[in-house]
Design a protein around this ligand. Structure first.
Ligand SMILES: Cc1cc2nc3c(=O)[nH]c(=O)nc-3n(C[C@H](O)[C@H](O)[C@H](O)COP(=O)(O)OP(=O)(O)OC[C@H]3O[C@@H](n4cnc5c(N)ncnc54)[C@H](O)[C@@H]3O)c2cc1C
Length: 446
């Protein structure tokens, strides 16, 4: 039994929080999208929040956790969906947001501490002609470390693919969880050991990522009478190499009705896009070809006062907009194979109607354009949810089940990378990092 007051004293001047309500608040993420995880995780809490100010603090706090053999769960912005940052067995939550320094931007490569918010990164680099290749729709609240350790793809993935695609994340500086922590640098393919590993394989303190040249993006809202036209328009623009785009998202009616601030007419299907000003002529031609009507086209801006950036209606934000008025829904995360993706989407819509309201995000996987889906599901029971998942999977649609907490069960197309158990054995010999999230890992010595 750990004496947490004593533990806090041993931390010396490293800031920590033991106030119960705040500890509970910082032990939560967005797991409650899932009614199944809500039941499972509502009662979970850390015992203490530790807030390192720099890498030396990370090393000292980690050494203390290893010495006392207490669980350590890393936290960035706490916007993960799978209960990724929720400590299942109490212990320490290590909040990384104070490690927020830009380190270098050279030749299109950015090195940055992990706790920096993604929108703050772009705010600095855009002035120098560079922007993040991709970001989650939580750009304004998530950290770069949390995105790489917990996310997978997002705004920009239609051009640059996912985080795991070679060339996007160049290197990671990682602290091991031992009495005498080591700091190692993972480069190139080795980064997969900590990428989408939920912080189970090491504590990342700094990252080097490849950037993209800045483009004059436009936030665009377009509507269609037929869902199929919206989806085909998105696919066609996605596949057009000459059209510079950052976002292509399609939501079936009635989902757009939940988008406060966009005023989408009832019954319309929507295509939300970010297109470079240089590509607007070709974009409008595509819209006309598929009978789309453009409702608005304005300069993209993260700091646009009361107006939400268009990306905050897309990716996992779509479900959030619905949940704000209808608590009976939840969602799924799927990936359609590139071959016949839109035919399969049609099949799923025909099978489930408004029980599974279709929301597509177009992205490039292995060089080919396809769509992932984050459909909003009218939730009834866990058994029914599993039936829906089984139906999708039986037709070749990969599902990353967001109603489970382990990497193995939830990862689907984001599966536990081959190198991750080996990385865990190397950097977390006592299995203290986010215990319970990598189900199949058994430590050899404890
Ligand atoms: C509304 C909404 C929209 C979203 N949109 C997207 C999207 O478009 N694309 C996408 O991929 N995801 C998306 N997500 C999921 C989530 O936002 C992303 O995974 C996000 O990048 C997490 O960042 P964070 O800083 O909040 O991380 P956290 O939630 O704090 O952490 C995420 C995971 O990473 C681990 N972790 C955090 N920092 C470190 C570190 N320094 N070292 C090791 N492990 C670490 C944590 O332990 C946890 O397991 C969305 C979630 C919500 C609620």
């Amino acid at each position: 039994m750990t004496d947490w007051q004593h533990f806090a004293a041993e931390l010396g001047d490293i800031p920590s929080i033991t106030e119960r309500a705040l500890v509970r608040q910082k032990s939560r993420d967005f797991y409650w999208y899932s009614p199944i995880l809500k039941q499972l995780l509502d009662s979970k809490s850390a015992d203490i929040i530790v807030c390192p100010r720099d890498e030396a603090d990370v090393i000292a706090a980690t050494a203390l956790c290893a010495k006392h053999r207490v669980p350590l769960t890393v936290r960035g912005g706490g916007t993960g969906n799978y209960g990724q940052a929720v400590p299942l067995n109490g212990g320490v939550v290590l909040e990384m947001t104070a490690l927020d320094q830009m380190i270098a931007l050279e030749g299109g490569l950015l090195t940055v501490q992990v706790g920096r918010k993604l929108s703050d990164i772009d705010a600095d680099t855009v002035k120098l002609g560079w922007e993040l290749r991709m970001h989650p729709s939580t750009k304004r609240t998530a950290t770069i470390g949390g995105f790489i350790a917990g996310g997978s793809a997002g705004v920009g993935s239609i051009t640059w693919g996912g985080l795991r695609d070679p060339g996007n994340v160049i290197s990671a500086r990682v602290v091991s969880c031992e009495e005498t922590p080591r700091v190692i640098t993972l480069t190139g393919a080795e980064v997969a050991g900590v990428n989408h590993a939920y912080g189970t394989t090491g504590i990342i303190t700094a990252l080097t990522v490849a950037m993209a040249p800045v483009q004059p993006w436009r936030d665009i809202v377009a509507v269609f009478d037929r869902f199929e036209d919206a989806a085909e328009c998105a696919m066609s623009v996605g596949e057009a190499p000459g059209i510079a785009k950052k976002l292509l998202s399609v939501m079936a009616a009635p989902l757009p009705r939940y988008f406060r601030g966009l005023d989408i007419p009832a019954g319309k299907h929507v295509l939300l896009a970010m297109i470079s000003a240089a590509s607007l002529v070709a974009w409008r031609e595509a819209l006309t070809r598929f009978d789309g009507i453009q409702l608005s086209c304005i300069a993209s801006d993260d700091a646009s006062g009361g107006r939400l950036p268009v990306y905050e209606y897309t990716w996992n934000h779509t479900t959030l907009h619905v949940l704000r008025t209808d608590k009976s829904v939840t969602y799924l995360q799927c990936l359609f194979p590139a071959n016949g993706a839109l035919d399969l989407v049609g099949e799923m819509r025909a099978a489930f109607g408004e029980e599974v309201m279709m929301h597509l995000e177009f992205l490039r996987i292995g060089g080919r354009v396809t769509c992932s889906a984050l459909p909003v599901v009218r939730y009834t029971t866990e058994a029914r949810m599993n039936e829906i998942i089984a139906f999708f999977e039986a037709r070749g649609v990969s599902v990353a089940n967001p109603h489970v907490v382990t990497l193995e069960d939830g990862a689907g197309h984001k599966k536990v990378g081959d190198g991750q158990p080996a990385m865990k054995a190397r950097l977390d010999p006592y299995a203290l990092l986010n215990p319970g999230k990598m189900r199949t890992y058994q430590p050899e010595s404890v």
